[in-house]
Design a protein around this ligand. Structure first.
Ligand code: PRT
Ligand code: ZN
Length: 301
């Protein structure tokens, strides 16, 4: 059954789940979700989805139970240090950064604690769910501290007297603030990544590699579309040379005549970079009007 169907592991529930399902759906992967399903047959492509805890995804790929999966870089880094480094390097490849679930793994201490650098952590007890990454950071900075590994709610450890500092994921910083903690050093920046077995992209052509390449092309298209905008506006014909300097990342614009005038044109462009209000105001300053910015749903180049 496994042979020719691509198996993708994603988180069953939690912060990565929605974005993963959304990405798969944007890639045209149709699945029928039932509440407790751990395994799902894709209806329109030779793909199966496995729903698991995020921590299990790297090992499922190392063991070749799955061909690829989506996981946070924080988990991958911790697993890299946990497994023998070369073993993981030999069997897993980061194929694509996906841009969602951005966060950072940071050191935080109670607001009243002085912190002048990593050496301030000497002799302290630090609570974390990432003992390997923390241990790596401490040894890099030649700090000797006691690592207390706990599986959740790390941020309350200092209040409970269990730890003097923590090493935990931070996104907005609100959780730290609510627990009277301050972020003092960032160990690792993280986002969701598509990982796969080392041979998934190898030259050996088989139907699995083909389906993987198709999905990868679609993922690239989805990400490019998310970053891009379709911009339409009217502008004086004479301003054409400046337009491309105002809108960097634009493909060659489509120029159309406007009924009843020869000195004004309609311009349609795809901008592959974010379009900010300042950019639109600059267009307005060179005489552009009726400016519309539209999202792009799909993009194939
Ligand atoms: O059950 P399972 O093991 O699958 O899930 P989990 O409980 O281990 O992970 P989950 O769902 O909480 O997070 C999955 C992944 O989302 C993480 O491994 C990160 O890659 C990513 N991610 C992105 C985050 C956050 N942002 C995040 N803010 N993971 C956790 N947090 C927590 C953090 O631990 C802290 O408690 O949110 C709090 C801080 O958030 P802010 O916004 O207050 O700073
Ligand atoms: Zn987890």
């Amino acid at each position: 059954m496994k042979k020719n169907r691509l198996r993708i592991a994603i988180q069953k529930s939690g912060r990565l789940n929605n974005d993963c399902l959304d990405l798969l759906s944007r890639c045209g992967i149709k699945i029928h979700l039932s509440k407790n399903s751990l395994f799902c047959h894709c209806e329109n492509l030779p793909i199966d989805i496995l729903f698991v805890r995020d921590d299990d995804i790297p090992n499922l790929i190392i063991d070749e139970v799955c061909d690829c999966g989506i996981v946070g870089e924080n988990i991958l880094f911790e697993k890299t240090l946990t497994n023998k480094y070369s073993e993981l390097e030999d069997s897993i490849k980061v194929i694509k950064k996906l841009g969602f679930s951005q966060c950072r793994l940071s050191i935080a201490v109670p607001i009243a604690t002085d912190f002048t650098g990593p050496l301030s952590l000497n002799g302290l007890r630090i609570a974390t769910t990432y003992p390997q990454t923390l241990s790596y950071y401490l040894s890099q900075h030649k700090v000797v501290a006691k690592i207390t590994t706990i599986s959740g709610s790390v941020e309350i450890a200092p209040r409970l007297g269990m730890a003097d500092a923590i090493c935990d994921l931070v996104a907005t910083g609100r959780t730290l603030e609510e627990n009277n903690l301050k972020e003092v050093d960032c160990i690792l920046q993280s986002q969701a990544v598509l990982i796969g077995t080392n041979n998934i992209l190898s030259a050996v052509q088989n139907s699995k590699a083909e389906i993987f390449e198709l999905i990868l092309r679609r993922i690239n298209g989805v990400i490019k579309a998310q970053e891009s905008k379709y911009i339409m506006f009217h502008a004086p014909r004479s301003s054409l040379p400046i337009i491309s300097t105002i809108l960097p990342g634009c493909e060659t614009p489509t120029i159309m005549p406007l009924e009843g005038t020869t000195d004004k044109i309609a311009v349609h462009v795809v901008s592959t970079e974010g379009v900010f209000w300042g950019t639109l105001e600059k267009l307005q300053q060179i005489g552009a009007s009726s400016i519309l910015v539209l999202p792009i749903e799909k993009m194939l180049n």
